[in-house]
Ligand binder design. Structure first.
Ligand SMILES: [Ca+2]
Length: 111
């Protein structure tokens, strides 16, 4: 039924989902991907270095064979408050950076 509201149980939260558009689906993926990894060890709301490595090497094909030193550098650059964990805000900055790189590729391809 068009416009119908379904209740989805995600991490125990009751989320109302009304006919998700592609952009909304992308946002949902960005959020759920974070939580898929953040819940693996330590704090459930942040990514440890190990969780960050698992996320980027599994979810980003360009990072599949990233060197340990590159992961260290990425971790250092994302961890703005230097608590050795990547919180959702720090992860959002990472996604924004990726988004801008994708836009640059898009503009380059459409010249
Ligand atoms: Ca941090």
């Amino acid at each position: 039924m068009m416009g119908s509201v379904q209740l989805k149980n995600f991490l125990g939260w009751r989320v109302h989902v009304v006919m998700e558009t592609p952009l909304e689906k992308a946002l949902t993926t960005m959020v759920t991907t974070f939580h898929k990894y953040s819940g693996r060890e330590g704090s459930k709301l942040t990514l440890s270095r190990k969780e960050l490595k698992e996320l980027i090497t599994t979810e980003l094909s360009l990072a599949e064979k990233m060197k340990e030193s590159s992961i260290d550098n990425l971790m250092k650059s994302l961890d703005k408050n230097s608590d050795q964990e990547i919180d959702f805000k720090e992860y959002s900055v990472f996604l924004t950076t990726l988004c801008m790189a994708y836009n640059d590729f898009f503009l380059e391809d459409n010249k």
